[in-house]
Design a binder for this molecule. Structure first.
Ligand code: NAD
Length: 497
């Protein structure tokens, strides 16, 4: 099957260093394929330590200029970046959908979110004050924030452009310059950043993009002594490895890692709303979503009906070419990932009861397509209950009371998001507080408020991004203490000789 080729598709994707498009120092490239035909459509520059060296040097050179801009000036540039993204919404969505396999309608939403991230952080930086503390008439202390320096940003292949914007915008807003290493499976949309930043008037060298394989380009960025902080979004295993590597230079790290988020549906919940939310929460974005509600815990009286209706809906989810507006689930990003997800479906067949999907739809003989799968009666020690599948696969299990629900919700190494469905106000709060996760939504799917902290606990990450938390991460705060009156100092050495 051939994919719908977006207009202006490049056949070469290059680094962007110091404001120039450039090849790798050693000239190496790697192939990039689309997930519908699984055939290469472009070659991307494969960065290594020398390219990272050049990019970090360019970021260091741009730092004095970019960091010296006033917050209003930086905000103006960020708003122009948002304008430039919006002008390219169609092209961005087409690139993203073609490269990642995301349905085109959902890719459009991601382009809009990327623009919103820039507008939002433009607002944050002009509105942000610095704290001051007064101790009566004796001392005044105030905080001075300064950008940390050169930031290293490493991003995954799911919703790549939006996730890149989620790091680029606060880093630039805070006054840092940076090197971005996009995911190697999906470098296409990142190839639009250079013209976007040029058009917006970002200082050349403030943003540098080095493509390449994680273990080469990514590792070189992690190891570079002049990169002061690392913002990483990706899998828990890679995150652990990066934290270990970054210890050599004691870098500041932010880790947004994997998830296996529970949806807890109590019998008093609004069944229709909960069902819509569960189906959307686990199957949208092809199920390749860190905050997917992939463990569905349902109170016993509702369990049979809920599971049956969830299975019916999963069977009816429209799987199809990413470029078609009617498609709800597109093609999984890469044959390796597709094989990994199919392997989990095989494991699930042995561990639980498959009640929907789990196979390639008949009308799609090629490409990385999977009819969304629902497994029922999944036990807490099952691998499909414990491990992040990162595809359109839901694991459903019953519970008998609130304490069992909380126990099941917390029974994995992850703790990113949780979703609770109940009409009992007190229980909603109780369970929200008891669930081990960085984020909880009550009677809702994942609706973001960009001001709020985003991140996970346990194996889902370290630190929080979002709003002032992001600015905290990309800046050092220094406290200045001023004595306002005489200070009594114990007198050492003032005694007789
Ligand atoms: P991954 O860890 O394989 O790769 C992520 C990035 O790290 C890529 O750019 C890769 O090239 C790079 N990388 C790999 N090895 C590296 C190394 N040794 N040094 C430096 N960089 C290296 O993850 P993925 O498969 O691309 O993404 C899927 C994962 O991301 C899932 O686990 C998902 O839950 C997670 N994720 C988390 C969030 C969140 O906000 N918590 C958001 C999206 C995705």
């Amino acid at each position: 099957m051939t994919a719908t080729i977006p207009p202006q598709l490049p056949d070469a994707i290059r680094h962007w260093i110091g404001g120039e498009n450039t090849d790798s120092a050693h000239g190496r490239t790697f192939e990039v394929s689309d997930p519908v035909s699984n055939t290469p459509y472009a070659r991307a520059a494969a960065g290594g330590p020398r390219d990272i060296d050049r990019a970090v040097a360019a970021a260091r050179a741009a730092f004095p200029t970019w960091s010296a801009l006033g917050s209003r000036e930086r905000a103006t540039v960020l708003n122009r970046v948002a304008d430039a993204i919006e002008r390219r919404e169609e092209q961005l969505a087409a690139f993203e959908s073609y490269d990642t396999g995301l349905p085109i309608t959902q890719a459009r939403g991601q382009a809009r979110r990327a623009a919103e991230n820039f507008r939002y952080f433009a607002d944050v930086i002009v509105a942000l004050g610095e704290e001051a503390y007064r101790a009566g008439r004796s001392q005044l202390s105030y905080v001075v924030r300064t950008p940390v320096g050169v930031a290293g940003l490493i991003t995954p292949w799911n919703t790549p452009f939006m996730l890149e914007s989620w790091k680029l915008a606060p880093a630039l807003a805070a006054g840092c310059t940076l090197v971005l290493k996009p995911a190697e499976w999906t470098p296409l949309s990142a190839s639009l950043w250079p013209e976007i930043f040029d058009e917006a008037g970002v200082t050349p060298g403030a943003v540098n993009i080095v493509h390449g394989i994680g273990e080469e380009a990514g590792q070189a960025l992690v190891d570079h002594p002049d990169v002061s902080l690392l913002s990483f979004t990706g899998s828990t295993d890679t995150g652990r490895h990066i934290v270990r590597s970054s210890a050599a230079h004691l870098k500041t790290v932010s880790m947004e890692l994997g998830g296996k988020s529970p949806v807890v549906v109590f019998a008093d919940a609004d069944l229709e709303a909960a069902l819509d939310s569960v189906v959307f929460g686990v199957f949208s974005l092809n199920g390749e979503r860190c905050t997917a509600g992939s463990r569905v815990l349902v109170e016993r009286p509702l369990y049979e009906e809920f599971t049956r209706r969830l299975a019916e809906r999963a069977e009816r989810v429209r799987v199809g070419p990413p470029s078609e507006p009617a498609t709800e689930v597109g093609a999984l990003v890469h044959p390796e990932h597709y094989a990994r997800v199919l392997n989990y479906v095989d494991i699930g067949r042995k561990e639980a009861r498959l009640v929907a999907g789990g196979a390639r739809p008949d009308h799609l003989p090629e490409g990385n397509y999977l009819q969304p799968a629902v497994f029922a009666d999944v036990s807490r020690d099952a691998r499909i209950f414990q491990e992040e599948i990162f595809g359109p696969v839901a694991a459903v299990a019953p519970f008998d009371d609130e304490s069992e629900a909380v126990g099941l919700a917390n029974a994995t190494q992850f703790g990113l998001a949780a979703y609770i469905w109940t009409n009992d106000l007190r229980r909603a709060h109780r369970v929200a507080h008891a669930v081990e996760s960085g984020m909880v939504w009550v009677n809702s799917h994942n609706v973001r408020d960009l001001r709020t902290p985003f991140g996970g606990v346990k194996a889902s990450g370290l630190g929080r991004e979002g709003g002032a938390h992001s600015i905290d991460f990309y800046t050092e705060s220094k406290i200045v203490h001023i004595a306002l009156s005489e200070v009594h100092t114990p007198r050492f050495g003032g005694g007789p000789a």
